[in-house]
Ligand binder design. Structure first.
Ligand SMILES: *Cc1c(COP(=O)(O)O)cnc(C)c1O
Length: 237
């Protein structure tokens, strides 16, 4: 049964996170699991909600929009958009997103700011949007992310917005790279960000295959799809 599979995998995953925290000498309360439910049906999210999960990550605005509509009655529930976002989808996303982990330009931040203002005015949301800046650790524009040298200006732009709350940063390590070196570099960038913006404490890093190493380097949020949900029906970013 799907419900049993999810319950068993969730238990294993939480144990894995606890073990990684113990190995890193960190408090397990400082690392959150963000189940990534892209390509899986709303019924799986409802099941994970029964199992006590409240935060869910989706990477495609269209798909998340449909699921948010389908699961509108399920509360409390916080949607995190973790994939690339085009400015013309900002208004839609502002209706249901608690957080966006993939903000990588001032133009996108500005679009989200107006979209959140409109959603607040329309009574579609009650609080500012939590924003994580996605940082690019390689120079591959296809994967998104701001280059490290653009990080301070983007952080300042977001921090001065009333509709956006700068919560931290996110990265996806380059496929071919040594994840330890990349996560260490990311941790250095995060330390510098926090020196300027002490509330930007979230570090969204680590997925099914590298969450232990991300936790060793200070991740506060591991985004896990495959290890919880199983193989995705179609491959994705
Ligand atoms: C799909 C996805 C994940 C989850 O990846 P898994 O390897 O399946 O755990 C994490 N982060 C982002 C941005 C994703 O798109």
């Amino acid at each position: 049964m799907r419900a049993e599979v999810l319950a068993r995998r969730l238990k294993g995953l939480l144990a894995r996170i606890d073990a990684a925290c113990a190995a890193a000498g960190r408090d397990p309360g400082d690392v959150r699991l963000l189940p990534v439910t892209k390509y899986f049906p709303a019924s799986d999210i409802a099941e994970l909600h029964r199992l006590g999960r409240r935060d869910f990550g989706e990477n495609r605005p269209q798909e998340a929009d449909a699921k948010a509509a389908e699961l509108g009655e399920l509360r409390p529930l916080r949607w995190h958009l973790i994939g690339r976002l085009q400015r013309n989808k900002a208004r839609q996303v502002a209706r249901w997103a608690y957080a966006v982990h993939s903000v990588d330009s001032e133009r996108l931040a500005t679009a989200l700011e107006s979209a959140v203002a409109a959603a607040l005015d329309a009574g579609e949301r009650e609080s500012p949007l939590e924003v994580l800046i996605q940082v690019s650790l390689d120079a591959d524009p296809g994967r998104g992310g701001v280059r490290p040298d653009g990080l301070p200006a983007l952080a300042d732009r977001i921090a001065k917005s009333a509709e956006l709350r700068l919560a931290g940063m996110m990265a996806i390590p380059p496929l071919a790279a040594d994840p330890d070196a990349e996560f260490a570099r990311l941790a250095g960038l995060h330390t510098r960000l926090c020196a300027e913006h002490p509330a930007a404490t979230e570090l969204s890093a680590g997925m099914s295959n590298d969450l232990e190493r991300a936790i060793a380097h200070g991740s506060t949020c591991v985004r896990v799809g495959t290890a919880l949900m199983g193989e995705r029906p179609i491959t994705s970013a």
